[in-house]
Design a protein around this ligand. Structure first.
Ligand code: NDP
Ligand code: GDR
Length: 373
């Protein structure tokens, strides 16, 4: 029997990798996408098949995590074996600007799905994965963070995800639903949204190297993160739903680096050596050496990174480091891609696209480069 999965957030970074992964495993995949005034399926266009094609196994449904009747209808129609709740207002800084919306989507949205599963009598059939987050640890109480580490969320996003975490546990305990939390630490890829720190860096520096931008404005570059590759992490999301009993797992690499280091690696991939000068809001990154071909528009002495206090958060999560021991012991999961390999892949992809833009510009065919950070 073909298994059927429903993914909320299928148009996002993780949703796109998970859809690919499940299609390769032979699943019929259903995804919820939001209506937008422009096409918003770029990350999944390469796996999309016209639904008139007899072999089509990927189906998209318009929907929104704020819309109970819509979610209930989709669940009723699809009757999924597995639900992956990846949909979210997922940007921590934005959650300070839109706290109520973030709570509605990320917190109550999770309840809406679980309640629909219960109400429709799918609680025996449907397994549920909740995209929980290392942001739950916030002001960290233990290093490294593991499944038993107490939570102390530091943003409206993290507080909303705390509700989602506990309502998932509650529906498992109260109704016997196979529901579990993946407590995932930061994971990135060339498909990462452009305003998250890693992608902002790789894209910004590639654009600078190609002369499309002149300076990258950053926030707290001393923040420490445990970064993995999204491809490794979606494999784990699926593994968590294949166990005999539902359980919550920390998914991380067990190694942490600073944003500053990520900037330095990305610059090095572009042949640029940086000298960091000053501290806090006064800090400047100064280019000391440039290898010609790859970064034709950067000269020694150019200031290509500046700190802008606009990107500091009202409450910061300074350091995160996960302990993935339980995932390794119980599921045999280990990440395969290192953060340095991932950084190189991201820079290479962003450089390709910056070169395309530059060529178009040189031929009078300029496409707008969005500079929104
Ligand atoms: P993205 O921001 O790339 O994707 C989020 C997805 O959610 C998009 O498809 C987006 O749609 C959709 N979405 C946003 N709002 C709504 C809504 N109101 N109704 C329905 N769908 C909505 O996130 P990631 O792929 O990086 O992350 C996936 C999940 O994992 C998120 O829940 C995130 O909070 C969580 N997480 C992510 C981590 C990471 O490091 N990436 C770590 C830990 C947890 P659209 O394309 O239209 O914007
Ligand atoms: P995070 O990711 O908040 O950890 O949430 P993000 O990449 O946004 O920030 C990581 C760290 O970098 C610092 N930083 C900046 N961040 C951004 N976005 N832009 C900047 O200019 C900048 N300068 C410094 C931040 O202050 C922070 O400390 C991500 C999201 O994917 C969540 O959905 C997910 O739950 C967590 O990871 C785990």
């Amino acid at each position: 029997m073909t298994k059927r999965a429903l993914i909320t957030g299928i148009t996002g970074q993780d949703g796109s990798y998970l859809a690919e992964f499940l299609l390769e495993k032979g699943y019929e995949v259903h995804g919820i996408k939001r209506r937008a005034s422009l096409f918003n399926t770029q990350r999944i266009d390469h796996v999309y098949q016209d639904r008139h094609d007899q072999n089509a196994r990927l189906f998209l449904h318009y929907g929104d995590l704020t819309d109970t009747s819509n979610l209930t209808r989709i669940l009723c129609e699809v009757q999924p074996d597995e639900v992956y709740n990846l949909g979210a207002q997922s940007h921590v800084a934005v959650s300070f600007e839109a706290p109520e919306y973030t709570a509605d989507v990320d917190g109550i949205g999770t309840l809406r799905l679980l309640e629909a599963i219960r109400f429709l009598g799918l609680h025996k059939k449907t397994r549920f994965y909740q995209a929980s987050t290392s942001e739950l640890y916030g002001l960290v109480q233990e290093i490294p963070q593991r499944e038993t580490t107490p939570f102390h969320p530091r943003s409206p996003y993290a507080v909303a995800k705390l509700y989602a975490y506990w309502i998932t546990v509650n529906y498992r305990e109260a109704y016997g639903i196979y529901a579990c939390n993946g407590i995932l630490f930061n994971h990135e890829s060339p498909r990462r949204g452009e305003t998250f720190v890693t992608r902002k860096i790789t894209r910004g520096l590639a654009n600078i190297a190609q002369g499309l931008e002149s300076c990258l404005y950053m926030g707290n570059i001393d923040s420490m993160r445990d970064w993995g590759h999204a491809k490794d992490y979606v494999r784990m999301q699926w593994m968590m739903l294949q166990q005999e009993a539902p359980e919550d797992f920390v998914i991380a690499t067990g190694v942490q680096y600073s944003v500053r280091e990520f900037i330095a690696w990305s610059a090095a991939e572009l042949g640029i050596t940086l000298r960091f000068e000053g501290v806090g809001a006064e800090e400047r990154g100064i280019v000391e050496a440039v290898s010609g071909d790859m970064a034709p528009n950067v000269a020694p002495g150019d200031v290509i990174v500046r700190i802008d206090p606009r990107y500091f958060r009202p409450a910061e999560v300074d350091t995160l480091l996960g302990d993935p021991a339980r995932a390794k012991q119980k599921l045999g999961w280990v990440p395969e891609i290192t953060v340095q390999e991932m950084c190189a892949e991201m820079v290479a992809e962003d450089l390709k696209s910056a070169r395309r833009h530059r060529l178009l510009r040189e031929n009078g065919l300029e496409l707008p480069v969005s500079l929104e950070n």
